[in-house]
Design a protein around this ligand. Structure first.
Ligand code: G6Q
Length: 543
């Protein structure tokens, strides 16, 4: 049965008519304990969700929705390795990667932990060798530049986490990330680098992804142009993949390959071998701290009661706005420069996981699923798009993320940064009325323009400090939030069929672009675009 047909859902629909009249100003005035009641501390993470359009009745109805779909039983099934990715018939075991107590996890009757630990040990050894200069380039020079070539899940996690944890990174090494098939990305990234001092990490689960393989082959040429000996490849290329054959075919020795497995989805793969560039940057101990943070949130998610469970609460609030207020988007607003790629990372995590229209029971849904996620770090966003959040016609629920202690304290920058976080959520919740403006003698023609209606929902996530541990917790918080929403919408959060069609069409079009007089049988628009490209391209470039 579709979730929209259940009484738990219908009760929320009915409650929404009451909720239309909620005023955050009133809710806070009536209940002096509200902030306290609607907030939660877990380890070093404090979540204040009191500035949401909810009452205790709303929360009870939302909790009932979660119970109704057995969220935590489903979570346990995932952690235990049941094949919950039905459309690909796969287990979903990224949580085993951060199972730091090494509790056996069985998949098809086999404990997968020894394999996971063996790969991590290999990563530890290799990272240490790069960091201490033991691993040398072909000509004996120390490796200074590390370039991760990968895309999607094999790029966004490593780049986001490297940027987030830059404060902990070895400053003698330079890290770069190439993802786009646009040659500019690789050319600009390698422009001033010496191949003798450069290591390429080819990150591809399948090792067949067009962008990654094209970039990797061009990187190989770039390297060989200077080093002129195929033997150099072994010193300058390593692979992160599940596909040993393809890796060997590329010319990378198996000993320079770091394995991962089908039970780790691309967008959930940061703590697998895909995190190698990060481990080299921050060192194995910090990487272990990151895993510990992930694990702490995993345990909280599994064990905390629904009413005190951070990922579940965030998920339910998201459902409330997405499905009952028809909010189309939500914003992630980290007030931490180091988290500048975090919204992009979450965009994939959320939109690729839950941007679906068919349920696990093969029915088309009649309700909204995954929202559009976007965001930029504060305070930059305030000078750009916050206008629309404050005074536009759309409801945009926001997550504000901030840290109590700065990593680079400087004068009163941090107090100013945090003052802005608190001010924004206050302004969004309570706004400013015409009456208030009148007492300030604002000219009549500007009264409406300067009015802030308020009642705009926000969560504030306040963390002690950005550390490998807290980053692990934070990522896992959102991973599980996405999981819970997927369970409620009953979609397969772990497949991504929606990326396939474009890939297939591009393959055919590529042949047409490269072939003289190709017979074009697309629609007239696509034919026209292809023809225009080909007439402007020098003929000799076509075969
Ligand atoms: C993530 C997706 C996707 C994937 C990339 C790269 O969940 O599956 O973003 O990570 O397409 O794939 P490869 O790692 O196989 O190159």
């Amino acid at each position: 049965m579709l979730i929209s047909k259940t009484s738990a859902w219908k009760n929320l629909q009915e409650h929404k008519t009451k909720a239309e009249k909620f005023s955050l100003y009133q809710l806070f005035s009536e209940d002096p304990q509200r902030a306290k009641t609607l907030s939660l501390q877990f380890n070093d993470i404090f979540l204040d969700y009191s500035k949401n359009l909810v009452t205790s009745e709303t929360m009870a109805l939302l909790f009932n929705l979660a119970k109704n779909v057995d969220v935590q039983i489903k979570a346990k099934a995932m952690f235990k390795g049941e094949k919950i990715n039905l459309t690909e018939n796969r287990a979903v075991l990224h949580t085993a990667l951060r199972n730091i107590k090494n509790i056996p996890v069985e998949l098809d009757g086999q404990n997968i932990m020894p394999e996971i630990l063996a790969v991590r040990k290999h990563m530890h050894t290799f990272s240490t060798q790069i960091r201490n200069g033991e691993w040398r380039g072909f000509t004996g020079k120390r490796i200074k530049n590390i370039i991760n070539i990968g895309i999607g899940g094999s790029d966004l996690g490593p780049v986001m986490a490297y940027e987030a944890l830059k404060a902990y990174a070895d400053k003698n090494l330079i890290f770069k990330f190439v993802s786009n098939i646009d040659s500019t990305h690789l050319v600009e990234t390698t422009r001033d680098l010496n191949p003798e001092e450069t290591l390429f990490i080819i990150a591809s689960k399948t090792f067949t992804t067009e962008e990654t393989i094209t970039n990797a082959l061009s990187a190989r040429q770039w390297l060989l142009k200077k080093l002129k000996d195929e033997k150099a490849i072994a010193h300058h290329f390593v692979a992160l993949s599940t596909n040993t054959e393809k890796v060997k075919e590329f010319g990378i020795a198996e000993s320079n390959m770091f394995q991962f497995w089908d039970f780790v989805g691309g967008r959930y793969s940061l703590t697998s071998a895909i995190g190698l560039s990060l481990m080299i940057a921050i060192g194995p101990d910090n990487f272990d701290q990151l895993l510990a943070g992930f694990n702490a949130m995993d345990q909280h998610f599994l064990k905390a009661p629904i009413e005190k469970n951070m990922p579940i609460i965030l998920a339910l609030l998201g459902i409330w706005y997405n499905n009952f207020y028809a909010a189309q988007t939500y914003a992630i607003l980290p007030y931490e420069q180091y988290l500048h790629r975090f919204p992009a990372y979450l965009q994939q995590l959320d939109m690729e996981s839950n941007g679906k229209s068919v349920t696990l029971n093969d029915e088309w849904v009649d309700y909204q699923t995954g929202p559009i996620l976007w965001g930029e770090p504060g305070t930059n966003g305030q000078h750009a798009f916050y206008q629309l959040i404050h005074q536009g016609r759309k409801m945009i629920p926001c997550d504000f993320i901030a840290f109590i202690h700065a990593l680079n304290p400087l004068g009163d920058h941090h107090e100013k940064l945090l003052a802005n976080v608190f001010a924004q959520t206050e302004a969004l919740a309570f706004g400013k009325t015409k009456e208030q403006l009148e007492t300030e003698h604002v000219s009549t023609n500007l009264l409406n323009h300067k009015t802030f209606l308020g009642n705009r929902p926000t969560n504030t996530i306040l963390i002690d400090q950005l550390t490998p541990f807290s980053l692990g917790e934070l990522i896992a918080l959102y991973e599980h939030k996405v999981f819970v929403q997927g369970v409620i919408w009953n979609v397969d959060s772990f497949d991504q069929w929606g990326v396939e069609l474009g890939k297939v069409l591009a393959k055919n079009i590529l042949t047409e672009l490269k072939t003289k007089n190709a017979d074009l049988t697309h629609d007239s628009s696509t034919n026209q675009l292809i023809a225009k490209f080909k007439t402007q391209k020098p003929k000799e470039e076509l075969t």
